[in-house]
Design a binder for this molecule. Structure first.
Ligand SMILES: Cc1cc2nc3c(=O)[nH]c(=O)nc-3n(C[C@H](O)[C@H](O)[C@H](O)COP(=O)(O)OP(=O)(O)OC[C@H]3O[C@@H](n4cnc5c(N)ncnc54)[C@H](O)[C@@H]3O)c2cc1C
Ligand code: FES
Length: 302
């Protein structure tokens, strides 16, 4: 088989350094500094068969500007294109914010691990009944806690679970940002509300705001979700995560019930360049998804 005959799906797995071309079909302005991009692969086979898991990331390149890491914020349950949300913080993210619909970008991936959602489904729907079929294990209740652009990796998992709604118990989403204008994915809130409880909060009072006012960790305390049979998944600014973790512990959640995603600076995405390691763990290979129990096992300098 000549190289031109290699399946593009095989090629993207075997050659992780090769960016595959994709056209940006849609750009959604989420906030003043964050945009969501929907990209569609040029290669027909990739368009149909490219798949990934909630929590994985990709490397996106803008020609002449460079490459950066973004989580896949879309869900594999809605194939045809991939989505990533980009907060403008520096050179590559500036370049991405400057492109228009129709622009071509490069995509490498998917990389990294993912949320262990298969462990959270009810045994009756997983196809793996427990030995005592009289008492199937119920699906876990899921508690999403997001702040700002931290909702990007959570959105992939949330939409994935909503598309497989029967597999899980109650789904609660606590999402906050500094102001209402800083909340991403506003056009999806009604769809989320249809099958989950969405709790929104902003830092300070605003005219016309009908939801909670206060920081995400305090709102978590007020709502006081029960830890029994619940998995908490959180992502947001480090200061938010710090207090969310403290408050979850006070509410009775143990470390194994809590998951987050880490963002170290990355380059290769495949465990070769040594940019992203924390002790013996490579965030690009062993992560970016970690349970809080795993994070506590990382070296103290982290
Ligand atoms: C697994 C993973 C998933 C990510 N997902 C997203 C996402 O969904 N959306 C999103 O907007 N961003 C995401 N990021 C962060 C994103 O990769 C950086 O914002 C981006 O690389 C910045 O590139 P730049 O060239 O614009 O910034 P630069 O010009 O390189 O840097 C600008 C500033 O940002 C800091 N910075 C750059 N990269 C990081 C980083 N990884 N962590 C902390 N600070 C950084 C720099 O130190 C500098 O202060 C993710 C990162 C990782 C590792
Ligand atoms: S990004 Fe290169 S080793 Fe992780």
């Amino acid at each position: 088989m000549s190289s031109s005959q290699i399946s593009s799906v095989t090629d993207i797995k075997q050659n992780p350094y090769k960016p595959f071309l994709a056209t940006v079909e849609q750009i959604i302005e989420e906030t003043w500094d964050t945009k969501t991009f929907r990209a569609v692969f040029h290669d027909e086979e990739l368009r149909e068969k490219f798949t990934y898991e909630p929590g994985q990331f990709q490397e996106v390149s803008v020609f002449g500007a460079g490459e950066a890491t973004f989580c896949l914020t879309s869900t594999p349950t809605r194939p045809g294109g991939i989505e990533f949300s980009v907060k403008r913080v520096g050179s590559l993210t500036d370049a991405l914010h400057e492109i228009s619909e129709g622009a071509v970008v490069g995509i490498r991936g998917p990389f990294g691990n993912w949320f262990p959602y298969k462990e959270w489904v009810s045994s009756s729907s997983s196809g793996h009944p427990t030995p005592n079929t009289q008492h199937p294990t119920p699906g876990k209740d899921l508690l999403f806690i997001g702040g700002g652009i931290g909702m990007a990796p959570l959105r992939s998992l949330l939409n994935f679970c909503l598309d497989n709604r029967g597999d899980y118990g109650k789904i609660d989403v606590i999402y906050g940002a500094r102001t209402s204008g800083d909340l991403c994915y506003k056009t999806e809130f009604d769809a989320w509300r249809a099958n989950s409880n969405l709790y929104l909060t902003i830092d300070k009072e605003e005219q016309g705001w009908e939801h909670n006012v206060g920081f995400v960790p305090s709102y978590l305390n007020d709502l006081a979700p029960k830890p029994a049979n619940t998995i908490a998944i959180t992502c947001g600014p480090p200061i938010m995560i710090k207090f969310v973790l403290q408050n979850l512990a006070t509410l009775g959640f143990v470390d194994e019930q809590i998951y987050t995603t880490l963002e170290m600076k990355m380059k290769c995405g495949v465990g070769k360049c040594g940019r992203c390691n924390i002790g013996h763990k490579f965030v690009c290979l062993d992560g970016p998804v970690f349970s809080y129990a795993e994070i506590k096992g990382l070296p103290p300098e982290f």
